[in-house]
Ligand binder design. Structure first.
Ligand code: CU
Length: 125
């Protein structure tokens, strides 16, 4: 790590340091939510079916137990619902959000290119 780089030239320095985590990673705290989905190694969610959960405002928590970036969107018959999107950039990351869903069957999707296998069903009733 070159900490003593002179900064006199006014260069735009691209930050290359690891963003975020401090000296030690805290244990993953899984947020409480109506639905907790985990991204696990092998380009999978931790289940292929989630629910049933009650219709209404649903708090979804997304936890990354894999070592790469994953996303979570909700679709109904392959049409994405709203702007809801959770992103977990690296291992240990968690994200959460609330989405209003009526009763029905939905698909949870990671839309990172190449992650086509990351689909699961969500039943809301
Ligand atoms: Cu993914």
């Amino acid at each position: 790590m070159k900490r003593f780089l002179p900064l006199t030239a006014g260069l735009a320095i691209a930050l290359t340091a690891c963003a975020g985590s401090g000296s030690s990673e805290p244990p993953v705290t899984i947020p409480a939510g109506d639905l907790v989905v985990k991204a696990v190694s092998g380009l999978r969610f931790d289940a292929t079916e989630y629910g049933p959960i009650p219709a209404g405002d649903i708090d979804i928590s997304y936890v990354n137990e894999d070592s790469m970036r994953h996303t979570l969107i909700v679709a109904k018959e392959d049409t994405k619902i709203g702007t809801f999107k959770l992103v977990v950039a690296s291992k240990g990351d968690a994200d959460s959000g609330t989405i209003a869903l009526d009763a029905g069957t939905y698909t949870l999707i990671c839309d990172v290119p190449g992650h086509n296998n990351m689909r699961a069903s969500l039943t809301v009733e």
